[in-house]
Design a protein around this ligand. Structure first.
Ligand SMILES: Nc1ncnc2c1ncn2[C@@H]1O[C@H](COP(=O)(O)OP(=O)(O)OP(=O)(O)O)[C@@H](O)[C@H]1O
Ligand SMILES: [Mg+2]
Length: 324
């Protein structure tokens, strides 16, 4: 991992009044698996569309392999593979004929094309289904053909947009292992978007967490999880008691205690409040907080210690769950 393959500087994309991607900057190093992790509507697919020359940014610059995605789109397209979020396959054509079609679009032909198509099918373990029309394949197999289509031009840089959504566990694992192998054995650089944090945690060298079009954190999974420090405890209460929160914040094992912003409830019922306790040490903090509530005769409706994972990091940074 040395030189950057992708460089995005102040990338913004608007759809009318809506700012889908809001002034993001990052670079992806050669040989890296880089994750974009964010909830529905965060702007992941929009960012990928700009990076893969589907449409230009509203402002800012992106280069891939040193080529500007607007001015030098042809050079960029030659070195990238794109696996879109929605299946882009011809259902009546066989898996093989779909790949031949994509290969021809990349200007391949003859023996090279045949070899690339065979390699791509082998890579996703579908050589034995090469002649099946895509519409007769299972959902997971279609996803694998979709992945193969992104590989026929033997790209240096592969963009994968939620490649495992709606896929059975076996195919999901298969897609996973294929991406790991492409990165490890061929040194392929990968951008991977997902809202499954366990996937991102396992696969990605670095992760940008994106919310409402902005990057709110960017680091290795380990360092992101270390942001949780000694642990986070959520305590449900019927209403916000600011004096109690202030007292909790003063406890020896507690770094800070604040109420999470109130999420609007669907049925208009008063929503309960959640006191977020950032601990220096989770178990000590828990004992001290329970003692404090007991001394003050305050009701605890629920207590939850967040697991040290990326879901908790997202909750910590935004006050909301990645999948709500
Ligand atoms: N063609 C479009 N026209 C108008 N608005 C759009 C268009 N495409 C996306 N948007 C909006 O831009 C925002 C970002 O959408 P985008 O598809 O990039 O999110 P995403 O992170 O890929 O979400 P998901 O996880 O659901 O795929 C959303 O608010 C979406 O409604
Ligand atoms: Mg998307």
């Amino acid at each position: 991992m040395s030189s950057p393959i992708v460089e995005a500087r102040n990338l913004t994309k608007r759809y009318g009044d809506l700012v889908a991607v809001n002034d993001i900057s990052f670079s992806i190093q050669a040989g890296e698996v880089f994750g974009l992790l964010g909830p529905n509507g965060a702007g992941k697919s929009t960012a990928i569309s700009v990076m893969t020359c589907l449409f230009p940014p509203t402002s800012g610059q992106v280069s891939v392999g040193g080529h500007d995605v607007v001015r030098e789109a042809d050079q960029v397209k030659r070195m990238i593979g794109v696996v879109p979020q929605d299946l882009a396959l011809y259902p009546t054509l066989s898996a093989r004929d779909n790949l031949i079609f994509f290969g021809e679009m990349h200007g391949l032909g003859g023996q090279t094309l045949k070899q690339r198509v065979d390699d791509a099918l082998a890579c996703v373990a579908l050589s034995d289904r090469a002649h099946s029309p895509v519409q007769t394949l299972s959902g997971g197999m279609k996803r694998r053909v979709n992945l193969a289509a992104g590989l026929v031009n033997n790209p240096t840089m592969l963009f994968l947009d939620e490649p495992t959504v709606g896929v059975d566990p076996q195919s999901r694992n298969h897609i996973f292992e294929t991406v790991e192998r492409l990165n490890r054995e061929r040194g392929m650089t990968v951008l991977y978007t997902t809202h499954y944090m366990e996937e991102a945690e396992r696969l990605c060298h670095r992760i940008a967490i994106i919310d409402h079009g902005r990057i709110i954190a960017l680091d290795t999974p380990r360092n992101l999880i270390d942001m949780l420090g000694g642990g986070i405890i959520h305590i449900g209460m019927a209403q916000a008691d600011e004096a109690l929160a202030a007292a909790a914040g003063q406890l020896p094992a507690v770094k800070a205690a604040t109420f999470l912003p109130v999420a609007p409830s669907d049925d208009g019922a008063p929503s309960r409040r959640v006191l977020k306790v950032e601990a220096r040490n989770a178990s000590d903090a828990l004992i001290q907080v329970i003692q404090l509530f007991s001394d003050r005769r305050a009701d605890m409706l629920s207590v939850e210690t967040l697991e040290p994972n990326l879901e908790s990091v997202f909750l910590h940074l935004t006050g909301k769950s990645l999948r709500d």
